[in-house]
Structures are given as structure tokens and as C-alpha cells.
Design a protein around this ligand. Structure first.
Ligand code: HEM
Length: 477
């Protein structure tokens, strides 16, 4: 006999789940049918707000294994010795689309990792591109508005998109990557991942290094051409989620090798304009990639909502030996994510199994909606005289000097050198596809001024770049 009884959420067995309780065979439904009321009411509450960006994504569990000794650069315990393994969870996503959007749209891809280290969670919340569209957090909501729907028509607006980009020349580098072949990865498995910002590593003796993270896919980079991507968007909008899940299901575990570029701290302070500007890359000739370890994804989530939808990642979640940098965009992000989590998942989102660290949590934050891990005992304050919590010197953030006058600063107006260099790395065929992709989108803009302003940006990066786009648009500059 099956004793797997259906119950209410309070554990009482349910006698009838097919017919509601009515007054007589054809009578009205009774309010005393508590099971019906609970079921309908809970259903109404099944959704939490989708992420305001990166709403659509896939998640997977895995393991990170150190393959190279980097302990002289960072005291982070999870990187302390070759062979050390740390459980992790990744969420891979598109940026602009809603929860049900197609996976194969031209868009950057999110690459967010949570390492469950012995010293607490370390979150690395990056993208599949080494740079970003803007470099000041003040511009983020405006930028995202142009990527999302027009408030009047509820349609995507190429005009808003190119208007904003053409007026924000710092976006040119990322726009060039987005419109290139890499703008539509073949799958989540076939793309690199980047921390994008500069971060700081600190070793046991307090020496500091600026570092840039690069996850290189061991599946090789593969991309989709625009027409196949459009076809797939119609045939299978969940193509990327399905691909990742199937690969893991069949034991074909995808992996990435993590490398870092390491820039000595003082040297880094002399190249602030590049290092703290997320629209710029740092030369790999000068600062070559140093291997750190391998990340392998080996387990699918059991439940999408619990593990993927409710997962929360924040660039502010760091561990001793790893710190942020003065990059303005990163600084803005340190506020934005925790705030989003408190709104989207709740004040106690960090207590959920997917977000909770494996390390002991012992602080005096308490109560609030759905708190179920309040610390036992009476000592809910620090400092205290009763063997309660104490601070750890090792975890103090590292000092460095800042000077200057308060102001709204703009810096380094060279928006064109790096996009120009990138353009010239592309082969003839790649340049053709890049400019075709740009024109397919830019030609949807009716305002001639916007088109001209954007084409001027391409010209400033490289004459041929500008000329190709202008020619394909039949535009006289
Ligand atoms: C998600 C804000 C720049 C990568 C999010 C979310 C917010 C946000 C509010 C939703 C979080 C949630 O609901 O859980 C911002 C702001 C930025 C910024 C204000 C600039 C000031 C960036 C950059 C990157 C990035 C530069 C990559 C280098 C991601 C990723 C996610 C995300 C991967 C999805 C995380 C997940 O899978 O849960 N961002 N973002 N963002 N952002 Fe950003």
C-alpha cells in the first residue's frame, strides 16, 4: 500500500484533492475547505520578482581544484595548496531577456560562481566578456533601460540602444565584442568567463597584487551565426539551458581552467586609468595568464526554483586574501547585489541552502521574514563579556592610501585605441560578419543623427571599421 500521503503544508493528510467541499452536490464552495483555500493562496504566491537583469539562466554544481601554487599571491584558504578542492555553484545567464526569453539572443552571458570555501562564500560575479559597456554605476539603470522594453510600446528599442551607446563612447569596446561572433555563444559550455573588473589579492605577509580573472573553456570557443541563432530562438528558446543540463546528465562534465593576470600593487597604481576602468583590458603580453585551477561542473540542480532562481551572488562576498579594487563600477555593484537579494528573495536569503556558506555563520543579525537560523543563546550583541563572537584580525581589509578632492570625475577619454586594436585582430570574414551584425541592428534606427553619431565612433576606432558600416548603411559621413 502506498503510504506517501498527500498533506496540507501543516502535515494533515488530504482526503480529497479532486473535488472541493460544497454545500450539497451542486451547492456553493465552502470557506471551510481550508485545503482548497491554502492551495489557491499558495499558488498565487509562487513567483518572486525575476532578476532585474540576467533573469534567464541555468545553474550547475561543481568543484574547483587548485592546479598551481598561487599561495605566494593570496592567503585565500581555498587557493592555498595544489590539489585542494572546493565545492561551487555556477549560474550562467543572458542579460537583457526576461525569464522566458530565448537563450540564443545576441547578448553578453553572465558567469556567476559561488565558491563554498571554509572561510565563507566567495562569489565571483562576471560575464563572458573581459569588459563592460559602462564604467560608472550611475549609468547602469539608464543603460539597462535601453536594453529592456520601451515603456510606451513594450517593445525592444534599437533606437534607445544605439542612442545611448552613441552618446556613451566608453561602450564601443564592448559593443564591438557583442556584435562580433562572440556575441552569441554556441552553448554556455563553449564560452570563456571573466571577472572583468580588477580585484586585489593579499598574501600572508600583507603584500598586495591586482588581478584579473580569466576562465578559459576546455570545450573550446564556439559561436552561433545570427541566422541559426534566430532559428533556434524560435524552435527551442531554452537551447542553452537544455544543452548544459544534458551534458551534465550524460556525464560529459564541462570544465574551465582559471587563470589570473597578476599586476604588482604599486605598478598597478601607476596604471589606474586602465586597471580601474572596466571598459579596458590589460595586455596579456605584459601580464601573462598564470594558471590557478580547474572548475568542473558535475551535478544538475534537483530543483530549479530552490537552487537557481533563489541563488544570490554578490561581488561583495569575499574571503580573506581577496579584496575588491577602486573600480567605480565594481564599487556600485557592492551595494546593488545585496540590495537586490533583500528585495527579490528576502532579508534572510543567505540562510537558504543554496546561498548558505559551509563555514559557520555567527553574527547578530536576527529575525525578519523567515528567519530560521537565529543564533541560539542570549548573546546577540558584540562586544560582550560572555564568550560571544570576536573579530578576526586576519579578515581586516587591507589599507591603502587615497587622496583627492570630492568631485564627479571623468577620466581617460581614450575610448578608441582598444576597440581599434580588437577590430584589427579580426579576420576579413570576421570583420564582415561584425559589420553585418551591426548594420542589421543599426538600420532599424530611423533617426539619422543617431546612426551618424554611432558610425563616427566606429571611424574613430578604425577608419576601415567606420567605412564598412557607413557603406553598408548607405550613409555619407
Ligand atoms: C545580476 C546590478 C554590472 C554581472 C545583477 C543584478 C543586479 C545587478 C541588481 C540582479 C541580482 C539579483 O537579483 O540577484 C548591476 C549593477 C552594475 C552591474 C548596478 C553596474 C554598476 C555588472 C557587471 C557584470 C555583471 C560589470 C559582469 C562583469 C552580473 C551577473 C548577474 C548580475 C552575472 C547574474 C547573477 C546571477 O546569476 O544571479 N546585476 N550589475 N553585472 N550581474 Fe550585474
Amino acid at each position: 500500500m502506498n503510504e506517501n500521503y498527500l498533506t496540507t503544508s501543516h502535515g494533515a493528510h488530504v482526503g480529497d484533492n479532486q473535488n472541493s467541499l460544497t454545500a450539497g452536490e451542486f451547492g456553493p464552495v465552502l470557506i471551510q475547505d481550508v485545503h482548497l483555500l491554502e492551495k489557491l493562496a499558495h499558488f498565487n504566491r509562487e513567483r518572486v520578482p525575476e532578476r532585474v537583469v540576467h533573469a534567464k539562466g541555468a545553474g550547475a554544481h561543481g568543484v574547483f581544484k587548485v592546479t598551481n601554487d598561487v599561495s605566494h599571491y593570496t592567503k585565500a584558504n581555498f587557493l592555498s595548496e595544489v590539489g585542494k578542492e572546493t565545492d561551487m555553484f555556477i549560474r550562467l545567464s543572458t542579460v537583457a531577456g526576461e525569464l522566458g526569453a530565448a537563450d540564443t539572443l545576441r547578448d553578453p552571458r553572465g558567469f556567476a560562481i559561488k565558491f563554498y570555501t571554509e572561510e565563507g562564500n566567495y562569489d565571483l560575479v562576471g560575464n563572458n566578456t573581459p569588459i563592460f559597456f559602462i564604467r560608472d554605476p550611475l549609468k547602469f539603470p539608464d543603460f539597462i533601460h535601453t536594453q529592456k522594453r520601451d515603456p510606451r510600446t513594450h517593445l525592444k528599442s534599437p533606437t534607445a540602444m544605439w542612442d545611448f551607446w552613441s552618446l556613451s563612447p566608453e561602450s564601443l569596446h564592448q559593443v564591438t565584442i557583442l556584435m562580433s561572433d562572440r556575441g552569441i555563444p554556441a552553448t554556455f559550455r563553449h564560452m570563456h568567463g571573466y571577472g572583468s573588473h580588477t580585484y586585489t589579492w593579499i598574501n600572508q605577509t600583507g603584500e598586495k597584487y591586482f588581478i584579473k580573472y580569466h576562465f578559459r573553456t576546455n570545450q573550446g570557443v564556439k559561436n552561433l551565426d545570427s541566422s541559426l541563432a534566430a532559428k533556434l530562438a524560435g524552435e527551442n528558446p531554452d537551447y542553452h539551458i537544455e544543452d548544459l543540463s544534458n551534458a551534465i546528465e550524460h556525464g560529459d562534465f564541462p570544465s574551465w581552467t582559471l587563470y589570473v593576470q597578476i599586476i604588482p600593487f604599486e605598478e598597478g597604481l601607476n596604471m589606474k586609468e586602465t586597471l580601474f576602468d572596466v571598459t579596458k583590458t590589460v595586455s596579456q603580453k605584459t601580464y601573462p595568464l598564470v594558471e590557478v585551477g580547474i572548475m568542473t561542473l558535475n551535478r544538475n540542480p534537483e530543483n530549479y526554483f530552490s537552487e537557481v532562481e533563489q541563488a544570490t551572488f554578490s561581488p561583495g562576498n569575499t574571503v580573506p586574501g581577496i579584496d575588491v579594487s577602486p573600480d567605480k563600477l565594481l564599487q556600485g555593484r557592492l551595494f546593488a547585489y545585496g540590495d537586490a537579494h533583500r528585495y527579490r528573495v528576502g532579508a534572510n536569503s543567505a540562510q537558504l541552502p543554496i546561498n548558505a556558506p559551509k563555514a559557520t555563520v555567527h553574527n547578530h543579525q536576527q529575525d525578519g521574514s523567515m528567519a530560521y537560523k537565529n543564533v541560539n543563546g542570549s548573546i546577540n550583541y558584540e562586544p560582550n563579556s560572555f564568550d560571544g563572537t570576536v573579530e578576526d584580525e586576519q579578515a581586516k581589509s587591507t589599507n591603502y592610501k587615497v587622496t583627492g578632492e570630492v568631485g564627479n570625475y571623468s577620466y581617460n577619454d581614450d575610448f578608441y585605441t582598444q576597440p581599434g586594436l580588437l577590430y584589427n585582430i579580426f579576420s576579413e570574414e570576421e570583420k564582415e560578419r561584425l559589420t553585418d551584425n551591426i548594420v542589421a541592428s543599426l538600420s532599424l534606427v530611423e533617426n539619422e543623427e543617431i546612426k551618424k553619431r554611432q558610425v563616427e565612433q566606429f571611424y574613430k576606432a578604425d577608419k576601415d571599421y567606420g567605412e564598412r558600416v557607413a557603406k553598408k548603411l548607405n550613409l555619407k559621413i
